[in-house]
Design a protein around this ligand. Sequence first.
Ligand code: PLP
Length: 424
Amino acid sequence: MKTPACDRVLPLSSRMARLGTETAFAVSAEALLHRQAGNRVFPFHLGDMNIPTPENIMEAAFRAMKGGKTGYCSNLGIPELREAVAEDLNQSRGTHYTLDNVVIQPGGKPVIGKFILAFMNPGDEVLYPNPGYPIYESQIEFHGGVAVPYTYREGADNFELDLDALERAITPKTRILILNDLQNPMGAEASPAELERIAALVRKHDLKVLLDEAYFNTRYEGTSRSLVSLEGMEERCVILYTFSKKFAMTGWRLGAAAGPRHAAVAIGKLNVNDESCSNHFNQYGALEGLRGDQSGPRRILEVLRARRDLCVELLNAIPGVRCFKPRATFYLWPNVTGAMERTGLMDYEDFRRAVLRETGVSFCSRVHFGRPLPGEEQKYIRFAYSGIDLPDIEEGLRLLKDFVAAGRRPARAASPQGGKTSRA
Ligand code: PLP
C-alpha cells in the first residue's frame, strides 16, 4: 500500500540528532496509559502542580485580558513586571538590578537555551549538574558545546556538591558553569561555604554562570541564598527566574532572565526571533503575584510542606529506602538500593514499571536526569509531591511498602497497562 504523503519522512537536520528531551514525559505517558486502562495512578512523577494559582493573580490576568491587553507587548516584557522582578531580586539577593537587567520569558525553561545561544561557542566546555534537569545536557550538545558533568554525594542530612570533582573538571576550555541551587531532582542546596568556594572558582577561571533558581522561593525552613550575592558574581551570572513554582503558575508559561544589561539585550533579541513577546495579559497576573496579597504563595508552601513531611516519613518506613528531608524544592531523591535488591529488580526501568504495574505508583528515576556517570553504585528515584494530595500520598506509599515487603519479582518486559492495581 502506498504511504500517505503525510507519513513520508522529511529528513531532519543533522543537529536534531544532538537534541535531547525530558524523558520524564515518557513516564507521564505511561502513567496515563495505565490510568486509561482503568487503573488508579499515584502521580509522583510530575514536576507539575495540582494546586490552583491564587485567585487574585487569576483575576488580575482576566482584568488585563478584558481590558484589551491582548495584543503584542514589548519583546522584553511589560516594564512594570520587569521592574517588579528587579525589585524582588534586589531584595532577596542584594543585586542592583533595574528593569534594564530583566527580560520576561515564556517560562523559566527558555532561559537555558537562550543563555547557551548567547554565551556559548561551539567546542566550549560547560559544567552542568548530573543528576540534574535534563535540558542543560540537551541544549549544550544541541548547540555544539561539550557537556561536562559534575555531581553530588550523600552528606549528613542532604546531598552535597562534590566540589573537588567540580574543580578537577575545569580545563582551559571551560567557559560556563550551570548551577541549579536549590536542585531538581535531589533537593540539594549549597552551604554558604560551598557558595564561597564556587564563587572563587568562577572568578579564578573567569566563567559565565547560568544560575537556575527556579526553586528559590519553594522553601520551608531557613532562607535561600544566591551565588549572585557574592563578590564578582553580579557581572557573571544570568539568573533563571520563574513564576511557575512560587505562584503555582506552571501552565501560564512565565519567567524571566536577569543579569548584566548586555545579557538582557542579547536575550531580548533572541525573544524577538523566537516568540516576539511573552503572553501579554498573563504578565499582569504575575505582577499581581509579586506586588499583591501574599497569602496565596504562603498557602501553597503550607500545602507542599505537609506533603513533604508525610512523604519523607512514609518513604523512610519502607524497607531498604533512605530519604533526606530537603528544606526546599518539592522533590525527594530517596536511596532505594536496598529496596531494589529486595525485589530483585536492579534495572531502573524494570523496577519503575513493575511498581507502576502492581501498585499504580508512578515516579521517575536516576535515568531521567542525565546520562548516568561511571562508578555509580547506589540507586535513586525521584518523588515529586507537587501534584499529589495527602490521602493519595498515604495510600500510594503504603502500596509501595507492601510491594517492597513482598520481596523478589521476576524481571520482565513490562507493559504499563492492565495491572492488578485497585481501580480508579
Ligand atoms: N529549572 C528547573 C531546575 C526546573 O525543575 C524547571 C521545571 O521543572 C525549570 C527550570 C523550568 O520551569 P518553568 O519553565 O516552568 O519556569
